[in-house]
Write a protein that binds this ligand. Structure first.
Ligand code: ADP
Length: 271
């Protein structure tokens, strides 16, 4: 939305001039709308498990008071709902912490190959239990970037988790160096590919929005909060990195993360 205005500009000794101005209201309004939406969505997401908890508490105090079997079943569901709220609050806090630091450039040197190896080793056994094979396809010896270790671990963890949750039977993680182009600095690229059902193209541009999910029921069932890719995107903003998602229905999804390589002697000053 553009605001158009006119201001009279008196001119000494001559005809008064009028200055026309155009002001872009869109970005400020959009930010405000996003903030309001976010609070509404977060409240709704918290209210759903809370309503379920209250329902079960009432049932346990009333009709199911003396039903031992029902009590066990209800308590198990209540536990799942409480865990879901905990995850949601943890993710909300992570997101706000990352946003606070978004404009502070990281200063540590972190090795992405090592992070990929660590995350694949950590997640492969759990994925195998669900019938998904997670492999590390390639990783050089040194993939240094300027970064915050815990934050980048979280990025890789999140992408592998998504590929395991929404993918098929195989998840391949790869790290490669992208040589310097004519206009670009050398980059490190981490790729997480799956052979799942894929994502319809109209959803792809919105996946990094908070709470955006292709299928809310399936995300919830998998214990998702809808914040994972938003956390990834904000972390990458801080690291001057970017994410791209390509997907083909029936073939699978490839998520790529690129981060500027930390060059030797690069002290983060761009020299
Ligand atoms: P969630 O907590 O729901 O997993 P994310 O922000 O991590 O939230 O992901 C947002 C949505 O993107 C998911 O709900 C899912 O619909 C979709 N998605 C993410 N990764 C994949 C993938 N590898 N294959 C198919 N869909 C995916």
């Amino acid at each position: 939305e553009v605001q158009i205005g006119a201001l009279p500009m008196p001119q000494a000794g001559g005809q008064p001039n009028v200055v026309l101005f155009l002001r872009d209201l869109t970005s400020a309004q959009r930010l405000e709308a996003m903030r309001v939406d976010f609070v509404a969505n977060a409240s709704h997401e918290l209210r759903t498990p809370l309503a379920s908890l209250l329902g079960f508490i009432e049932t346990l105090q009333g009709p199911a008071r003396n039903d031992g079997a029902a009590r066990e079943r209800f308590l198990a569901i209540m536990r799942t709902q409480a865990q879901r709220m905990t995850r949601l609050i943890d993710d909300l806090l992570s997101l706000s912490r990352i946003e606070l630091r978004e404009h502070v450039a990281p200063t540590e040197t972190v090795d992405i190959c090592q992070i990929a190896r660590q995350m694949v080793d950590a997640q492969a056994p759990l994925a195998a239990e669900r019938g998904v094979a997670v492999t590390l396809e390639s990783a050089g010896d040194a993939c240094p970037v300027l970064g915050e270790r815990d934050e980048l671990l979280r990025v890789v963890e999140n992408l592998i988790e998504n590929a395991v949750k929404y993918g098929g039977e195989r998840v391949a993680v790869a790290v490669a160096r992208v040589p310097q182009g004519r206009r670009s600095v050398p980059e490190i690229e981490l790729t997480v590919s799956d052979d799942g059902p894929g994502i319809p193209p109209e959803h792809i541009p919105r996946l990094t929005e908070r709470f955006y999910r292709v299928d809310v029921a399936s995300s919830r069932q998998q214990g998702g909060t809808g914040l994972g890719l938003a956390i990834v995107k904000h972390t990458l903003n801080r690291h001057r990195g970017r994410i791209t998602i390509e997907s083909e229905i029936g073939r699978g999804t490839v998520v790529r993360v690129r981060l500027p390589e930390r060059e030797q002697g690069d002290a983060g000053t761009g020299s």
